[in-house]
Design a protein. Structure first.
Length: 191
């Protein structure tokens, strides 16, 4: 069974180009990053880490005109921000960058690995999740139904995307949430 480190910190979007499946995160206790395998020491020491949200893939907000319907990309991003309590969002004129927002909101991630770009592959949780900084949990203990990942899948705003490192238990839960969204024609599955 996969092991995950719970890391408390803050989510950041101001000045960045997030979309519905990636966001930046700064750990309250940088020593918690030692749990993850890093490609380089530089990746490990950077303060605000670009995350890769586990098991989901959203449409890209900056691919307008490239066969990705922008309304679905923005819906996934807006839902991600709402679930993490990031409000007062002001976008650039092209809606590709967040110029201002009430970011720095507290929450948690649970991560066990990094991807080939050095991004922690993470489950995201709001500050309300029943988690504590520094906990190590296996997949049977992690409250995945409370994760932002699961909630975006349940709303039909993302596609399932699994890595070889994706835990089987969580993959099954995401598949079931996506299946329900398709049957009820939610989000991407409206047609």
């Amino acid at each position: 069974m996969a092991q995950y480190k719970v890391i408390a910190g803050t989510f950041h979007v101001k000045g960045y180009e997030p979309d519905g499946d990636s966001i930046r995160f700064q750990a309250n206790n940088p020593a918690n990053w030692d749990f993850l395998p890093w490609l380089s020491e530089l990746d490990k020491v950077s303060k605000k880490k670009q995350l890769r949200i586990e098991a989901i893939d959203a449409m890209e907000t900056h691919y307008d005109g490239y066969h990705q319907p922008r309304p679905f990309a923005l819906a996934a991003l807006e839902s991600l921000l709402e679930l993490l309590d990031i409000t007062s969002v002001i976008y650039s004129i092209g809606v590709t960058k967040i110029v201002d927002a009430s970011d720095g909101k507290p929450g948690f991630i649970a991560a066990g690995t990094t991807d080939r770009f050095g991004r922690p592959v993470s489950y995201l949780f709001s500050k309300k999740a029943p988690l504590a900084d520094g906990m190590v949990m296996d997949s049977s203990e992690l409250p995945v139904e409370k994760s932002v990942n699961f909630q975006l899948a349940r709303e039909g705003l993302v596609y399932p995307t699994f890595y070889t490192t994706t835990d089987r238990i969580f993959a099954e839960k995401i598949r079931a949430a996506i299946s329900r969204a398709r049957k009820t024609k939610r989000g991407l599955w409206v047609h």
